[in-house]
Ligand binder design. Structure first.
Ligand code: BGC
Length: 247
């Protein structure tokens, strides 16, 4: 069965058709830059362009970069404050006519890795951390997702959240080498380890492709590995969440 998977990110909105039984993309990935400002209306237009690009008439699974509850944004995250309170599935359906299933983007990436990638068959507590514009988290116990965790929002210091200090956009903002950024990530993952004592940490998001450039700086007592599907995990997992109605 094929579902259109879409991953809404702070810099790009990406989609592809996904075979949800095998977790494999069956088309090329199509990427459209995230509109600026990323208001609900502007993003809905981009979603429509993606649906049109694939000429897709069926169900769409969409990973979304904000805290969510049953398809409704609890905050605007790094997109735009107007998202707060928006029922995303309804908005995208009214724009495109397609049914949408909305899942947090990091939960989606984690679902792909737990089922087909770096976390396949791993028992116990597995946490997926995505390092991109923000820091997202997907928490699993014996392969089952506890949705909507927000471990990018744990406090670092002076009321500042770790996301503002250790995300990939913080690395760019502060013009850090990957080694210097790795030191910040060490502090972050040490804290995550203290909070959760996971059996495995999987790193996703754009940064997973450059993992070898900073992994040596993260010195913790837990295996930490990059996502196998790299940046495609979010698309694959969004389609899977739609098929299995995971929210
Ligand atoms: C949001 C999360 C999201 C993460 C990655 C954070 O700012 O609060 O919900 O998963 O960014 O996009």
């Amino acid at each position: 069965m094929e579902i259109l998977g879409i991953d809404v990110g702070g810099t790009g909105i990406k989609g592809a058709l996904v075979n949800v039984e095998s977790g494999v993309l069956t088309t090329e990935r199509h990427r459209i830059p995230t509109p600026k400002p990323a208001t609900p209306e502007a993003v809905a237009d981009t979603i429509q362009q993606l649906v049109n690009h694939f000429n897709w008439k069926g169900l769409v699974g969409c990973g979304f970069p904000t805290p969510l509850q049953h398809g409704k944004c609890l905050t605007g995250g790094n997109l735009h404050e107007d998202w707060k309170g928006t029922q995303v599935d309804k908005l995208f359906k009214s724009k495109t006519g397609n049914d949408f299933s909305i899942v947090n983007d990091a939960d989606a990436a984690g679902l792909a890795e737990i089922n087909f990638g770096a976390g396949k068959g791993v028992k116990g507590t597995v946490i997926m951390i995505t390092l991109g514009t923000g820091i997202g988290s997907g928490l699993f116990l014996d392969g089952k997702l506890l949705p909507n965790t927000e471990f990018g929002h744990v406090l670092y210091k002076n009321g500042e959240i770790f996301e503002k200090y250790a995300s990939d956009s913080a690395r760019k903002r502060d013009d850090l080498s990957r080694k210097a950024w790795g030191k910040r990530l060490h502090k972050y993952f040490k804290h995550i380890n203290l909070l959760l004592s996971p059996d495995l940490i999987i790193i996703g998001g754009g940064a997973s492709k450059k993992f070898d450039k900073f992994e040596a700086k993260i010195d913790i007592d837990v295996p930490i590995i990059p996502a196998e599907a790299e940046n495609e995990a979010g698309i694959i997992g969004a389609a899977m969440a739609a098929k299995y109605q995971i929210k």
